[in-house]
Design a protein around this ligand. Structure first.
Ligand code: FAD
Length: 587
């Protein structure tokens, strides 16, 4: 007889881990399998973009990540020296433009990163990956797919030479570029494989090249290269463009090393050790469908592939899993109907489409420069790749993603001018505020962990003013009333903040506001000890040691007017509304 599971996840790459970690965080067990005999040990991707680091913060992983990873702060651009021979640094720039995120871009081996996700999953609900399971086939009984309680997905696997079947409510194909799940569903990848061949090696370089501990984009007359400094201080990843006509499977490590030496001339480049290397052709391809019958979903490389040079693969894949994990959990917990799953396609197909099209241009620009111009300079009208890189940094950091309107993203119903920098469809950006109860300076987003809850963020202004105080009282009465939105969705017997949490952000001088002036409903009694939860109230004021965050100013909110922002469990903005527009607060 087949084993029954709520969610079956095929593949424990970044997409599979993100979805499984979300489910674990929400208390849902899944079956996550991988055909590998054990965890990934070396190689693959290594760049964690700012948005991914923010997601890690929301799962409680960021301290480990920031401690273990290499902080990628600066990027330098090197080009052919026009004075004749060699290469010269033409520009230095921040790896991520200041002000885009409160967290940096971090470089860490994908294997170590997966290890952290795995630990997090175990901490949340004891969930682990089952290695050595090869998925052979996935089938959906589409007639039963309409029945919310059915297990219409059958997954056939093989482990230790024995076939094992699973019946699942939902399944995910997170099984990489050669996805078996995708093929089982009859879906195809469409797009191109280019003739540009790149090699990558994780090496211990002995060199007098001065920027070996920075991210480097190098375009010399003999080819292009990228350096990515790695965690630990000794290893660096070097990507090199291989000569046209090279066949990826014929490439040897010595070819990569010889090409790299040539590109870096006149600097010396020797290799004390090599941890991992690979060679590949670049292709930009998209699956023709991302899901079937709202029961089986593809994520990550299984539905989009592109060049690795902008460091997007692991990140966009993880963000696919992050997008769907909470949605599946909320259905399985009975908090939401299955229609929410349609937003996975709306949101992630758009992201993949933009990425693949952008990458076609980007990969071409990066590899063509050395051939065309021997470098990138603007003054005399030549193409300047450094400018393109810098301008793309918000995009590559994962911070420009904007989800279109749907039942959970309501830009058309929002009054965006109330909070010009809390953009509906985008993720809430961090701004420093001070926690009211204990004066701790904090990034506001770090008060919104990924735990499956929706948030109503109330920017109430200065409640020492009668008008602001009155509006806050009226809002509190409405929100927490029996007919208000919070109790409507509250599972019986659970804490008032268990599905929708209200977070209050005041404005003004903290020491002149008394707790009694804040309606009690904004610090409700919750938890094991039935204590008032004071960690829901923040104020935009000077801190003792970290300056003033000017959060209202940063978010574009007029303190006289205030605003409400409804934030999804994945920190994307669902709605902006007026503090007195109670009727707009619905889920
Ligand atoms: C060899 C290699 C080198 C790469 N190098 C770089 C790089 O240098 N820079 C960069 O940015 N990106 C690189 N990438 C891309 C990056 O690693 C991916 O974009 C990212 O890992 C995608 O995550 P994912 O979860 O979608 O898939 P993956 O990380 O590929 O994970 C898929 C998982 O599914 C498992 N699996 C596959 N088939 C089955 C099956 N039938 N049954 C059970 N399990 C299965 C696999 O074992 C694997 O663990 C590389 C990828 C590979 C494979």
């Amino acid at each position: 007889m087949a084993n029954k599971v709520d969610v079956f996840i095929c593949g424990s790459g970044s997409a599979g881990f993100a979805a499984a970690t979300w489910l674990a965080r929400c208390g849902i067990r899944c079956k996550i399998v991988d055909s590998r005999p054990g965890p990934l040990e070396i190689g693959q991707a290594d760049g964690l973009q700012c948005r991914t680091v923010e997601i890690c913060e929301s799962f409680g992983l960021v301290e480990d990540l920031l401690r273990e990873g290499c902080h990628n702060v600066e990027v330098t651009f090197w080009n052919a020296d026009e004075r004749g021979g060699g290469i010269v640094r033409t520009r230095s720039a921040p790896a991520t433009m200041p002000g885009l995120s409160h967290l940096p871009r971090v470089i860490l081996s994908q294997a170590k990163f997966h290890g952290m996700m795995s630990e997090a999953m175990k901490r949340f609900n004891g969930q682990g990956v089952d290695y050595g399971y090869k998925v052979l086939d996935v089938k959906i009984d589409e007639k039963r797919a309409k029945d919310a309680n059915a297990y219409p997905v059958t997954v056939s696997t093989e482990k230790d030479g024995k076939e094992e079947k699973f019946e699942a409510k939902y399944a995910m194909g997170c099984d990489g570029a050669h996805s078996t799940v995708r093929r089982s569903l009859g879906f195809n990848m469409t797009g191109d494989i280019s003739d540009s061949i790149w090699g990558v090696m994780d090496v211990f370089p002995q060199t007098n090249f001065p920027d070996i501990r920075k991210q480097v984009i190098l375009q010399s007359e003999t080819g292009s290269s990228i350096i990515v400094p790695r965690e630990g201080g000794s290893m660096a990843r070097i990507y090199v463009e291989l000569p046209s006509g090279t066949v990826a499977k014929d490439v040897k490590l010595e070819d990569l090393q010889a090409t790299a030496r040539q590109i870096f001339t006149p600097y010396k480049l020797d290799f004390a050790g090599v941890s991992w290397w690979s060679a590949y052709s670049i292709g930009q391809r998209l699956a023709d469908h991302f899901s079937k019958a709202d029961r089986v979903f593809l994520a990550g490389d299984a539905c989009h592939t592109h060049s690795p040079k902008a460091g997007q693969g692991m990140n966009i894949s993880l963000q696919d899993g992050y997008n769907i994990g909470w949605k599946l959990a909320s259905i399985l917990k009975g908090q939401t109907g299955p229609d929410i799953l349609k937003t996975y396609n709306i949101e992630r197909e758009k992201v993949a489409d933009i990425l693949v099209n952008w990458d076609k241009v980007w990969a071409k620009q990066l590899s063509s420069l050395s051939k065309d111009t021997g470098g990138a300079v603007t003054a005399n009208g030549k193409f300047d790749f450094s400018e393109i890189w810098v301008k793309a940094s918000a995009f590559t950091a994962g911070l420009t993603i904007t989800y279109d309107d749907s039942p959970i993203t309501r830009a058309r119903e929002s009054d965006q001018k109330l909070a010009t920098n809390i953009v509906v469809g985008m993720r809430l950006q961090g701004a420093q505020v001070v926690r009211f109860c204990d004066a701790k300076p904090m990034q506001l987003v770090s008060a919104l962990p990924s735990d499956g809850r929706w948030r109503i963020m109330v920017f109430a202004g200065d409640i020492r003013q009668d008008a602001a105080s009155k509006k806050l009282n009226q809002l509190g009465e409405y929100l927490f009333s029996d007919s208000g939105p919070i109790k409507k969705y509250l599972p019986p017997g659970s804490d008032i903040d268990s599905f929708i949490e209200v977070v209050l952000i005041l404005f003004g001088e903290r020491l002149k506001v008394n707790q009694e002036q804040i309606p009690e409903c904004f610090y409700p009694v919750t938890g094991q000890w039935r204590m008032r939860d004071l960690h829901k109230i923040y104020i935009d004021d000077e801190s003792y040691h970290s300056g003033h965050g000017h959060a209202y100013d940063f978010y574009g909110i007029n303190p006289e007017e205030g605003a409400i922002a409804i934030v999804r469990p994945d920190q994307y903005i669902s709605l902006i509304s007026h503090i007195e527009n109670h009727a707009s607060i619905d889920f």
